[in-house]
Ligand binder design. Sequence first.
Ligand SMILES: Cc1ncc(COP(=O)(O)O)c(C=O)c1O
Length: 410
Amino acid sequence: MSPIPTLTDLEAARAKVANELSVDVLKGVDLHKTELALARNFTSDTITYPTDGMIAYAMKASRGDDVFKADQCTVALEAHIAQITGKEAALFCASGTMTNQLAIRTHLLSPPHSVLCDARAHVHRNEAGGIAHHSQATTLPVMPENGHHLTVKDVKAAAILSEDVHLAPTRLISLENTLNGTILPQDEIVAISQYARSSGIKMHLDGARIWNVAAETGASLHELCEPFDSVSLCLSKGIGAPIGSMLVGNREFISRARWFRKMFGGGWRQSGYLAAAAAYALTHNFPLLSGTHALARKLEAGLRDIGVGILCSGTNMVFFDARSIGVNYDELVKRALALPEPLYLGGSRLVIHYQTSEKAVNDLLDLIQVMANEKRAEGFVPGVLEQQPADAYYPKMKEVFIRSGTKAVA
Ligand SMILES: Cc1ncc(COP(=O)(O)O)c(C=O)c1O
């Protein structure tokens, strides 16, 4: 018979477990270094850094449990976003993928059904096949005829309204604004929405970067969201919150989405400090976005001056064609990393965020100029691409985002 553990044995065992659990993750954290690197990172606008001011504001937040709708700051942020977007209700979630997928799942009631979207849409290409998994839907990816944005003509040609049992009727149109940094013309959105409403189709907007549209055009969130039944608005992209995305729609829709959020495992508890950080970002960072866009235009103009082809550009993004100066992306990424003050690039997509420094843009242009000169000295002759007007760089539905380190070529 094994001896009965004494109290001292039990206490020793507990102390051993406590010792195993304890960890100090702050060891080695160098905030200054992170901040410097961030100012020179062109890979995404998701990487912005919560400032001391934002963290200080978030520290004062409420600490209730959001699954029980008991967190005051979360409820207040949801009410605010619902109000500015002109919708009845809002739901604060962990990510843009979650708010898109929740919206799609909530709109689609029973298969067979299909979701129509731009072939380049995040919901179709970059959400791990979530539409098929969560909503049992077929996606109808449509290539815009004009190579830039979907029109009501594109949508009418692709939407399935038929009762033919071979087909999956279109129940939802999902648009994205901005898409690759470019803005969808609002009158086209309104026309698509009118068509959708007259055909019994719901409208969702992936508005991950809708703040950039408002900052660029001065249009209100209410106007931008009006044509849609639901909108996903990311808080952790250009607007600069550390985490979060808001889904808006009517009360019944949001109640159901909240239910699905719990089912997806996304019901969260003390979300108050995250809501507060997002509120701080909206208040302090939105006014900075137009400066972000101006810096992106400076980068674009500098690239054009060097003779670099622009594949696509708008708001805070520039997609460039490294081939037009005889360079490949991997080579450029390596050279940028090897600079005394490294620059971080991800391929053809250059993203400016509110913490990108102007010096980083100048340094990047200098590096590209040096590499273009080297290639010319080695005998590279700029091809026909370089001679063509800017619009020729909108390749009809060619992928403009060529990630370094992948085999994909434009
Ligand atoms: C247009 C668009 N929609 C949705 C998302 C998804 O956001 P998250 O990364 O928060 O899931 C992204 C992410 O980059 C995006 O670019």
